[in-house]
Write a protein that binds this ligand. Structure first.
Ligand code: ADP
Ligand code: MG
Length: 240
């Protein structure tokens, strides 16, 4: 579903991604971990072309992300993204936050968009909050709205960039639970997180990045019990 081959990326003189090779299969859950500044967000943002790669090849469902002919809007419709900060529209009700893109971008009629939005709001456990405004919700609830908003576009892939890092500790679990459900249901997911419990439980594979490189890729059982690389061992010692 996602394939990086020999991908390099520079920000000006700064070499941020170094010879990235990574394939994510349909239905796979890959958790990306690593120190701050190692290039995790950049890796994710290249997938929906929020950043462009310098060289190498990157494909999403066989479509070359950086080809001139690629329909970037279509590509982005297939990829949901959830950020650390929820980026909800503050002046729109929860339900309208969710129906906006399906109606505007996909041209779905309002009644159907409303029904779909309600379905996903129920799914993330806040069907009763449809008529509230974002500011009337807790951080965990707002992040679940953001996830429902992503799902309402029926994406092929969901990208999560530290979705729980801005939350108070007591709200982290409710967001991770929603993500675990998605993972079980077969969503293709690439998740940057510091929640090692989530990685252990939900990841098919863990990718460890350091200084712009993928240093290690392993199933969580292996990665946490027996990391092969010194840098991975050091990182785990610090975060666990
Ligand atoms: P991570 O998500 O692992 O913390 P990032 O991908 O955000 O890492 O950043 C990797 C490195 O690239 C950092 O050193 C950061 O300062 C730098 N960087 C990120 N975005 C930009 C940008 N737009 N321009 C220049 N440097 C950037
Ligand atoms: Mg980041």
């Amino acid at each position: 579903m996602i394939e990086f081959r020999q991908v390099e990326k520079h920000y000006g003189d700064f070499h941020v991604l170094k010879t990235i090779d990574l394939r994510v299969a349909q239905g796979e859950v890959v958790v990306v971990v690593g120190p701050s500044g190692s290039g995790k967000s950049t890796l994710l943002r290249c997938i929906n072309r929020l950043e462009t790669i310098t060289s190498g090849s990157l494909t999403v469902d066989e479509v070359k992300v950086n080809d001139k002919g690629t329909d970037i809007n279509k590509l982005r419709r297939d990829i949901g993204m959830v950020f650390q900060h929820f980026n909800l529209y503050p002046h729109r009700k929860v339900i309208d936050n969710i129906t906006l893109a399906p109606m505007k971008v996909l041209g779905i009629p309002k009644p159907e968009a409303m029904a779909t939005a309600m379905f996903y709001l129920e799914k993330v456990g806040i069907g009763d909050k449809a008529d509230r405004y974002p500011s009337q919700l807790s951080g965990g609830q707002q992040q679940r709205v953001a996830i429902a908003r992503g799902l309402a576009m029926k994406p092929k892939i969901m990208l999560f960039d530290e979705p729980t890092s801005a939350l108070d500790p007591e709200m982290v679990g409710e967001v991770l639970d929603v993500m675990k459900t998605l993972a079980r249901e077969g969503m293709t997911m690439l998740v940057v997180t510091h929640e090692m419990g989530f990685a252990r439980e939900a990841a098919d594979r863990v990718v460890f990045m350091d200084e712009g490189r993928i240093v290690e890729i392993a199933p969580p059982e292996e990665f946490f019990a027996q990391p092969r690389e010194d840098r991975a061992r050091l990182f785990l010692k610090r975060v666990l």
